[in-house]
Design a protein around this ligand. Structure first.
Ligand SMILES: [Zn+2]
Length: 357
């Protein structure tokens, strides 16, 4: 890192590296990395440096570069060379490392065309992330509805314009809290402290997995509509834009940014639109306090405030005039919608769904 001139040495030819041990450098031989893998790691390092350079140019604070003790992910770019899968024996072969038994290989559908993979180390173990290509037919699903409006409430709540309410919250487990307390108590540097720290990281990983699963299921359900309309709030620029959803990976913020990227036709309504205070039927603005759960208008319209907001969002997103939107306000929850919601969302204990009466 301190000698950027070395970045141009062909990495695949490097067979020894210098490692700082105390105050002196020791020469070590690289034994288990294939030449392609070495090249990929070097390329990735260069990409990262370039990205950091761009950030610095744009006025972001970039800290001092520090050496890294570990690499937690190793790119394996060429299926058949750097890695190979044996479906019949549940095994994976990694260049120069040998063969390993793997779980979950059945998740790759037959006929998939394998591309690159990444070997990842997580607190819970080692994983191989495989990218594969499937024919388009594999992803075609029959839509359950034409368009749906989504109102994002505070505290992890989604209200759809058809009256479905989805509430998901992945709480910290008692075990996590216990481990946090324990880590706080153990003094730094103790052997026991290291173990607690490791267990804590594993528990965080599990929590993130649960959160991700809940998000995945909500996304899978919304993807069954041809159009999804939601209101965008301030999109954070900079880090969030560069690194996708990783910065705010939990809860609603993460779900929103994933909605934006994963739906084929996300329709977004600008954040300045006053959707929560507007009567859907006549457009009159109302003063609502947070405790008002129902919007009641002089025109005779009476509706749950969140459903009302979702309807306004839907109407705006589709660009409908008030006359064209007739009928949207009497949404019927069709049996396929109800069935799909129960099937996809009901399988996660952290998600609560309620249907309109
Ligand atoms: Zn009204």
């Amino acid at each position: 890192m301190s000698d950027t001139g070395r970045l141009n040495i062909p990495a695949n030819k490097i067979s020894t590296v210098e490692v700082k041990v105390g105050e002196v450098f020791e020469e070590r031989t690289l034994t288990v990395l294939g030449s392609q893998v070495k090249q990929e790691i070097a390329d990735r390092l260069k990409d990262n440096l370039r990205a950091l350079g761009r950030l610095k140019e744009n006025g972001y604070k970039v800290g001092r570069l520090r050496p890294k003790r570990f690499v937690n992910s190793i790119p394996l770019k060429q299926c058949g060379v750097t890695y190979g899968l044996d479906f019949a024996r549940n095994k994976v072969r990694i260049q120069k490392l040998g063969e390993f038994r793997v779980l979950g290989i059945h998740q790759i559908p037959p006929g998939a065309e394998m591309a690159n993979a990444v070997l990842v180390r997580k607190p819970s173990g080692y994983y191989l992330h495989v990218t594969c290509y499937l024919p388009r037919e594999h992803f075609l699903r029959k839509p359950v509805g034409e368009a749906v409006g989504v109102d994002f409430g505070i505290d992890s709540k989604l209200t759809l314009s058809n009256g479905i309410k989805i509430d998901f919250e992945v709480h910290e487990t008692p075990r996590l809290k216990r481990l946090q307390r324990k880590l706080h108590r153990t003094k730094k540097g103790f052997k026991n402290g290291k173990k607690v720290w490791f267990l804590l990281r594993r528990e965080y990983e599990r929590l993130n997995n649960r959160r991700r699963d809940a998000q995945n299921k909500v996304l899978a359900f919304l993807r069954l509509y041809e159009k999804v309309v939601f209101q965008d709030d301030c999109v954070k620029k900079g880090w969030a834009a560069l690194f996708g959803g990783q910065v705010h990976s939990s809860g609603i913020g993460g779900l929103k940014s994933r909605l934006r990227t994963s739906l084929e036709v996300p329709v977004v309504v600008g954040r300045s639109e006053p959707t929560t205070r507007e009567c859907y039927a006549c457009g009159k603005q109302h003063e609502l306090s947070l405790s008002d759960r129902i919007i009641k208008c002089d025109c005779g319209w009476e509706c749950d405030r969140d459903v009302n907001a979702a309807l306004v969002i839907l109407e705006r997103g589709l660009g409908l005039s008030r006359d064209q939107a007739v009928g949207l306000d009497r949404p019927e929850l069709k049996p396929p919608e109800r069935e799909a919601a129960a099937r996809l969302l009901g399988s996660n204990p952290c998600i609560r769904v309620s249907f309109p009466r």
